[in-house]
Design a protein around this ligand. Structure first.
Ligand code: HH2
Length: 285
């Protein structure tokens, strides 16, 4: 089974010193649990608006085996209205502070450098940027705080990205963008990066399928795959309600792990870990 790692400038939960940095390592694919603190997220919006509910959900995800919790304060579902930085900070900072006692790795899911900075100061450890570090200030924030970044590809912006996605060659264009951003970030002092093709972010079903089939093209970087409850499952299997799409999500994620994904971003942590354990046993690993 392949070993993956993320490097941090400072000690974080689960890290061990490794030369001049602190390293979190894992074998096979890890699970990142989604903790949205938004009133309008497409599948779990509103549920975590109370702090006790956030901590309760987080604790359950950890007990079930999540390695990272991904806290987000702005919905990026297709057509979502943007939220200003102040409001996003008001949503995520108290949640991140409330999670500190759990001693868990936390990523902040944001496109805004000021939100990332506030979240890192409040105790987050990783920046998950669906805008792929497109704002150079985001690279500076990660480098200054010694925090790894998840670099995701998106064509356009959430409000309009699904109107007319277009590529000449989706796999090589997405790979070209991700590698270029990864090199920029590492050269600027970001300690470590993971790459994410951005399923559903300015992509048709065909684009998504093609990218998932070619995930291994993104190695040698660690790859994050996020398909949990997305429209893609509905388009394939006719499941209009997002909350009913966990079975399809698990199927896509296991396929992605077979292609080399290091981490999957999911709502249903328990279901994914059950499937992963069975799949790993079958593989004899
Ligand atoms: N997808 C969503 C949000 N953040 N981050 C990464 N790295 N990869 C993804 O695929 C990804 C992401 C959208 O899903 P969700 O958080 O469930 O919904 P919403 O944006 O409506 O809150």
């Amino acid at each position: 089974m392949k070993t993956f790692h993320l490097d941090f400038a400072h000690p974080v939960p689960g890290s061990t010193p490794h030369q001049s940095i602190h390293r979190v390592s894992w074998q096979g694919a890890a699970v990142m649990g989604i903790l949205n603190v938004t009133p309008d997220s497409f599948s779990d919006g509103g549920k975590h608006f109370q702090l006790e509910a956030v901590v309760d959900s987080a604790r359950k995800m950890l007990e079930r085996g999540a390695l990272v919790l991904d806290v987000g304060g702005e919905s990026t579902r297709p057509g979502a209205d943007p939220v200003n930085a102040q409001e996003e900070i008001r949503r995520v900072v108290p949640a991140i502070e409330a999670l500190q006692d759990l001693n868990v790795l936390i990523s902040i899911d944001t496109m805004k450098p000021e939100v990332a900075r506030a979240a890192l100061l409040a105790g987050a450890h990783i920046v998950n940027d669906v805008n792929g570090l497109g704002d150079p200030e985001m690279i500076r924030v990660c480098a200054e705080h010694g925090a790894p970044a998840v670099i995701m590809h998106m064509q356009g912006e959430p409000r309009t990205m699904q109107k007319k996605p277009h590529y000449q060659d989706v796999v090589s264009e997405v790979k070209g963008f991700l590698f270029q951003q990864a090199e920029k970030a590492l050269a600027a002092g970001v300690p470590s990066v993971m790459l994410d093709p951005g399923i559903g972010f300015g992509k048709t079903l065909e684009h998504n399928l093609n990218l998932i089939r070619h995930l291994s093209d993104l190695e040698p970087y660690g790859v994050l795959l996020g398909v949990s409850r997305k429209k893609m499952i509905d388009l394939i299997a006719d499941v209009p309600e997002a909350k009913n799409r966990d079975a399809g999500s698990i199927a896509v994620h296991l396929f992605g792990i077979e292609q080399g994904a290091a981490m999957v971003r999911v709502h249903d942590v328990e279901g994914h870990l059950q499937a992963l354990k069975v799949w790993t046993a079958l593989k004899g690993q």
